[in-house]
Design a protein around this ligand. Sequence first.
Ligand SMILES: NC(=O)c1ccc[n+]([C@@H]2O[C@H](COP(=O)([O-])OP(=O)(O)OC[C@H]3O[C@@H](n4cnc5c(N)ncnc54)[C@H](O)[C@@H]3O)[C@@H](O)[C@H]2O)c1
Length: 349
Amino acid sequence: MRKNVTKKNSHNGRRWLITGAAGFIGSNLAAYLIERGDTVVGLDNFFSGKRDNVERLEKAYGGRFTVVEGDILDVDTLRSAMDGCDHIAHLAAQVSVMRSIELPHETHAVNTTGFFNVLQAAADFGAASLVYASSCAVYGDNDALPLAETAEPRPLSPYAASKLSNEAYAGGFDALASHFGVVGLRFFNIFGAWQDAAGGYAAVIPKWIDLLLENKRPIMFGDGSATRDFCHVDNVCEAIRLSAEAGPAAKGRVFNVATGVPTRLDELYGVIVRVLNEAGRVSQFAEPERRPWRTGEILHSHGSPDNAAAVLGFQAKIDLDDGLRRMLRQQYGLPVPDRRENEMAGADD
Ligand SMILES: NC(=O)c1ccc[n+]([C@@H]2O[C@H](COP(=O)([O-])OP(=O)(O)OC[C@H]3O[C@@H](n4cnc5c(N)ncnc54)[C@H](O)[C@@H]3O)[C@@H](O)[C@H]2O)c1
């Protein structure tokens, strides 16, 4: 049964439901949207999300951020959190690839059935849009670089399969529900403030930063030549907003959220050490400890941002260097201005 959205917010902004709002991307997205004038309801069961993330948002934004503690598998809670929301960003998931291999049923329940619940509820409530997190993991080991959305999906884990199933369901539902746009985003290696160093994907960044700040030597697997597409979380927030606003051109489609730039791991290490040095946190470990490359890990991955640019008008404006600076300022309180600010300060001298 379709319900009309009744706006509960008193100001002119839109009302969002973010599932997974206590997580890394969800908490950054909540801040980004509220800063732009919207209000946010977060739904999270704190499986991997952090109470600190929610408390920081509550403290900064008062009533414009509210959190519902609950599970996307509990349909009543999900529907009550969604009631009155114009836009849905679905980020809640079991995010560990290793855990999905050990406990595939759990991942199927949270990532596939949970997604189905969100999709069904959003269609019923007449939400204007549903933007959901897919993953570059759907490409698997694919050397058609840069990876374009047309590349053959080759999921290598229950996690990747669950994300691909989301895309299939989204396409099927979108064709039936003309009133709302469902857009999937294949995130590449997202990094930024409040990322869990114990997590997957770009967790190498907070791991290395933490160790270097503690004056410990980080570990690098392989010879440093493996490449990844590191994309700052603020780029992701922008891609989500653009997807929600894109209208018919994006409806039912899936887009990469990537920079299109392959970065070698040794290059990444060098940038981190350089920016930390600039912040006065000089490390004695200019070189990491080397360990053999882990078998089964993909050597090279980067995505093509061309479709997202053409249809959504998306561009990853924050590059690796400035993204690291932003992360070190926000989370660690280190004095590292953006490079552009540096250049301007230099020009004044
Ligand atoms: N971080 C990346 O680089 C990356 C890359 C590709 C895709 N993704 C996807 O982006 C999304 C967000 O990832 P993240 O890095 O912020 O991870 P995260 O673990 O920080 O966030 C996931 C959030 O979902 C919540 N959650 C899990 N199960 C839930 C359930 N049953 N009900 C309600 N909430 C639940 C967790 O508590 C957590 O707060 C995920 O869907 C992930 O698969 C992330």
